[in-house]
Each structure stands twice: as structure tokens, then as C-alpha cells.
Design a binder for this molecule. Structure first.
Ligand code: C5P
Length: 219
């Protein structure tokens, strides 16, 4: 089974502060993105990883047979599209993964690949324990039924033909391809996510990731 991995990493990470976008901040001595790439290297079926980065950064990266860097687009979805089209060759499945989630479990990834093979698409997600309100101008307008809600993680996995269809027909403003897939009528199976598969978004997350690195990266 040939798996293509796409990592959109072309954002400037303005929420994080500092000069470096968050995906290039060091974690355990190496950029977060490199930690992510190396984790995918552990899975033999991954034949190519395409990383979309901001154009000015392209000159400073080292291309290799298994990892290719391409210029990203204006939006995350556009970056995914550019990475997808840069991958020549034939693949059965494609995974799209956040550049700042270095602690996904390889065992979960394998289950997601199998689910995508069977149903067309899959994603890991966590149940929501907090109550979620819709708020306008500082006041609650409605309260969502949390028993039917989950918080999506990545890697999100697709059969190659499904993602191709999603990228050809989906809107460029989408925040993830799995929601587009579902909207377009594809089946997207939800599997249990991992509590440690955090998205390093704020400096506090990075401090937590550093503190638990040994434990979380071995799971
Ligand atoms: O900003 P946000 O966290 O929603 O971005 C999600 C992911 O998409 C990040 O990994 C970011 O680097 C990436 N991205 C991208 N191209 C853009 C904007 C964001 O690859 N134009």
C-alpha cells in the first residue's frame, strides 16, 4: 500500500508570537516539523511526504527522495492542493496532517489508514467534555448538544480518489478536508483520537510538549 503524506506548513503562525512560525520552533532540540516528519518515517507504507512551506523558506530546505518541500498557497486548503498536485506517482491513500502535532500515535495512524481504505475517509477525534455555546456580542445565543460533537485531530486519511474529488470540488476556505469530504457525500469514519496528540498552538502548549516529550513521543 502506497501512502502519500501532506503537511501544510506554510502558515506564519501569528498566534504564537516570535520570529519563527510555530512549526519551526524547537521541540527536544529540533524543529517541531522535523519531529513530525520523522514520526511518519517510522511507517514503511509512507512513500512520500510533501510539505508546503512559505515560498521564502524553500531556499533553505533540503529536498530528499522521501520528503519534498513545495511553496504553499494563500490558504491552508490551497497549500494542501499544491502539495497534492506536486506529488507525482501513484498512491492508494493520502494523509493530511497538521505540522504542529508531533505526538500522533503510529498505531492510530495505521487504524485510520485501514478505515480510509474501507470507507473512503477517516479522522481521529476526541469527545468534547466542556459545554459549547454559540455566542454573539458576548451573550449566549444557543447551546450545542455536546454528545453529538467531537474535536477533530489529524492525521486525516483519504483514499486517493476521494481526496482528489474533494480538492477538485471543495471550497478553498475550508479548515479541513474531512469536513469537505463529508459535505460532498463521502463517508468519513471517526476513530478515537489520543489526548496527547495536541496541536501546539500557544507557547504554553510548547512548554507542555517539552515537559512530556519522552513519555508522549513513545506512545
Ligand atoms: O493557522 P492555522 O493553525 O489554522 O493553520 C493550519 C495549518 O495550515 C498550519 O500548519 C499552517 O502552517 C498551514 N497553512 C498553510 N498555508 C497557509 C496557511 C496555513 O499551509 N496559507
Amino acid at each position: 500500500m502506497a501512502v502519500l503524506v501532506i503537511i501544510p506548513a506554510a502558515g506564519m503562525g501569528t498566534r504564537f508570537g516570535g520570529d519563527l512560525p510555530k512549526q519551526f520552533q524547537p521541540l527536544a532540540g529540533r524543529p517541531i516539523l522535523l519531529n513530525v516528519i520523522e514520526r511518519f518515517f517510522m511507517i514503511e507504507d509512507v512513500s512520500l511526504i510533501v510539505v508546503a512551506v512559505a515560498e521564502p523558506l524553500l531556499a533553505g530546505v533540503k529536498q530528499s527522495e522521501r520528503v519534498r518541500f513545495v511553496a504553499g498557497g494563500e490558504t491552508r486548503h490551497e497549500s494542501v492542493m499544491k502539495a497534492f498536485h506536486a506529488a507525482e506517482g501513484e498512491y492508494d491513500l493520502v494523509a493530511v496532517h497538521d505540522a504542529v502535532r508531533p505526538f500522533f500515535r503510529t498505531s492510530t495512524f495505521r487504524l485510520l489508514l485501514a478505515a480510509a481504505q474501507q470507507h473512503g475517509a477517516s479522522l481521529p477525534a476526541m469527545p468534547i467534555t466542556d459545554t459549547v455555546h454559540e455566542v454573539r456580542d458576548g451573550f449566549v445565543t444557543s447551546t450545542l448538544n455536546r454528545s453529538t460533537l467531537v474535536a477533530a485531530q489529524t492525521p486525516q486519511c483519504f483514499r486517493y480518489d476521494v481526496l482528489k474529488d474533494v480538492l477538485a470540488r471543495g471550497e478553498a476556505s475550508a479548515t479541513d478536508e474531512a469536513s469537505l469530504a463529508a459535505k460532498l457525500g463521502h463517508q468519513v469514519q471517526v476513530l478515537p483520537g489520543d489526548p496527547h496528540n495536541i496541536k501546539i498552538t500557544h507557547p504554553d502548549d510548547l512548554a507542555r510538549a517539552e515537559e512530556h516529550f519522552g513519555q508522549w513521543s513513545n506512545e
